[in-house]
Design a protein around this ligand. Structure first.
Ligand code: PHE
Length: 338
């Protein structure tokens, strides 16, 4: 083997690579020249028969040839892949599945934005609560059925999955002096059997506004106006609110809150079960006993609290007939709400 023979082989090799068309041809040239049993490795092995003085020159020439060949093959491989994709218009497109915001997340985010405009900030609390925050401080009598093992998920004597977001009221008041103006969205748990309108875990948004007396008295009228504003912002213009007397241990007076049906505008339809109204929340003026429990002087503060169901709002806003659809993560369902 002489250097000029080597040069001839190099030239032929690069010509072949330059003329190769399609990825199969490129691959077979790679095998022929630089593959493990290809020509170039064979020449490198044969170097031992080259006279010692000539070896460095041969070595250099072969290494340079190998590098050139590999580069030329790589460039060919890249361009032939591009060409074949461009040529085959029947290949499926690239699919980037971004997903959509879950309706529950969306209702929570919209609620935070609506109440945010009224000066409410978002407070957080743990889902695993103690008896004091979930029941005692909320003035729940010891015999109340909600504390029963059949209604609440208990983990020992003093630890439970919160049955409502109301314990965050307690945390917010214990950690701050009035004024306190917070909403708390979060997951809650009850031993409900799951059916079309109930689930053992669901979401609530609690609201609390407490201010000082006598400077800033808070009234039921304030509560009503705030919830009416929320109803319009969330459901659209023309939706009004109705208060019905009710009982909660932690508010006095207590009310249940209905929105006028946004679908039939109160005339009666399937969504509102022909009543024209949809129940969405519990609310009321914070009971003085609750203020005592958190260390506020009931003669120096007043406030209201409300709590509504996120699923309930999502179901009526988007016309979802079955609560379970919200948890099944079926893309066919969720993508309709995009
Ligand atoms: N915590 C109550 C419930 O889960 C709702 C509520 C919140 C009522 C705040 C009054 C005030 O039913």
């Amino acid at each position: 083997m002489t250097l000029s023979e080597l040069e001839n082989m190099r030239r032929q090799c690069l010509e072949e690579v330059a003329g190769a068309e399609g990825s199969a041809a490129v691959e077979s040239l790679r095998v022929k020249y630089v593959g493990r049993n290809g020509l170039i490795p064979a020449l490198i092995k044969a170097m031992k028969d080259v006279p010692k003085e000539e070896r460095p020159a041969f070595g250099k020439a072969i290494q340079a040839w190998r590098a050139e060949t590999e580069e030329a093959l790589a460039a060919k491989a890249g361009s032939s892949a591009e060409e074949s994709v461009e040529a085959d218009l029947t290949l499926p497109g690239r699919w980037f599945d971004l997903g959509v915001e879950h309706p529950l997340s969306r209702v929570i985010a919209e609620s935070a934005a609506i109440f945010g405009k009224l000066g409410f900030t978002v407070a957080d609390g743990p889902e695993l609560e103690n008896r004091f925050n979930n029941f005692t401080a909320l003035n729940t009598p010891a015999h109340h059925p909600s504390m029963d093992r059949s209604d609440t998920f208990w983990f020992g004597e003093d630890c439970l999955l919160r049955t409502q977001t109301s314990p965050v009221q307690i945390r917010a008041m214990m950690g701050n002096r009035p004024p306190v103006r917070v909403i708390c969205p979060g997951r809650t748990y009850r031993r409900d059997t799951t059916d079309a309108t109930h689930s053992a875990n669901f979401h609530q948004i609690e609201g609390l506004y407490v201010d000082t007396l006598p400077e800033k008295p808070v009234s039921l009228a304030d509560l009503k106006s705030v919830l009416a504003y929320f109803a319009r912002e969330m459901m659209g213009d023309g939706v009004t609110v109705r208060f019905r007397p009710h009982f909660f241990p932690f508010t006095e007076p207590s009310v249940e809150v209905d929105f006028s049906c946004h679908v039939c505008k109160g005339r009666g339809c399937g969504v509102c079960k022909q009543s024209g109204w949809i129940e969405v929340a519990g609310a009321g003026m914070v009971d003085p006993r609750v203020f005592e429990h958190v260390g506020y002087d009931p003669s120096k503060v007043s406030g209201y609290a409300f709590g509504f169901g996120v699923e309930r709002i999502a179901m009526i806003k988007y016309g979802i007939p079955d609560i379970r659809w919200l948890y099944e993560n079926d893309v066919r369902f969720l993508s309709q709400l995009a």
